[in-house]
Design a protein. Structure first.
Length: 238
């Protein structure tokens, strides 16, 4: 993926250490005040993005993956542009799903920006760093799970961002909005779920493109700021 900023990932890019993209700030008029931007697809409009958290939580260790085994896990990411609903793969990526659940329940991502958008070759929206810099971490890391051997990540894929260290998975993740291939060297990137509703929202943000002044015209903070307001995870025994 893009350079090791995708917390950096994404490949070299998506990864936890990630992308050094700036947080998504709200659009601004000539006076600098935030404005609401309409999404290109007509799926709705976005409210102004909130300020980034001033205090970022850290945790002593990743949770026990056994906590989600034998369960069906779903999640809803509420953003300033609408909801994104997810099915999480507790059976195939239990450590990743257990971590996602722990961070969601703690409000770790509340008011955090989706700080990186890539629009050429690799088609992802990267989120999950409360600092908005691409280098934030929940204080722990863990290894790769359920990475595709062929390096293919279809639209709707939910996967973890990391650095070149295969044990650097933590809090940063990315949503794939168009067919994407990522390097398999080093183990690939953990797929831990899929988008069941709201991919049109992600595509609409992507259609707005990358903000001027980003590291490249195809890799940087999105023109349309999108932030996570909260994440709710629901777990049921299978």
């Amino acid at each position: 993926m893009p350079s090791p900023r995708l917390r950096t990932l994404v490949v070299v890019g998506l990864a936890a250490g990630a992308v050094g993209l700036s947080g998504c700030g709200g659009g601004a008029d000539a006076s600098g005040s935030a404005t609401t931007a309409s999404l290109a697809t007509g799926s709705g409009s976005c409210s102004p993005a909130p300020a980034l958290p001033t205090d970022v939580q850290t945790f002593d260790a990743a949770p026990d993956p056994a906590s989600v085994r034998g369960t069906t896990v779903t999640a809803t990411i509420t953003t300033n542009c609408g909801d994104i609903t997810l099915d999480l793969y507790a059976d195939r990526a239990p450590q990743t799903v257990a971590s996602f659940e722990q961070l969601a329940q703690a409000g770790y991502w509340d008011d955090s920006s989706c700080f990186r958008l890539t629009t050429a070759g690799i088609f992802v929206l990267q989120c999950g760093d409360p600092t908005g810099t691409g280098s934030g971490s929940p204080g722990y890391g863990f290894g790769i799970e359920n990475a595709p051997a062929d390096g293919r990540y279809p639209p709707g894929t939910l996967a973890m961002a990391r650095t070149q260290d295969p044990n650097s998975n933590g809090g940063q993740f990315f949503i794939v909005y168009d067919d994407t291939s990522l390097p398999t060297q080093g183990g690939g990137y953990s797929i831990f779920g899929k988008v069941t509703e709201g991919l049109d929202l992600v595509k609409a943000v992507a259609q707005q493109g990358v903000a001027p002044g980003s590291q490249s015209p195809q890799d940087g903070s999105p023109v349309q700021p999108i932030s996570i307001l909260k994440v709710v995870v629901t777990e049921q025994k299978a």
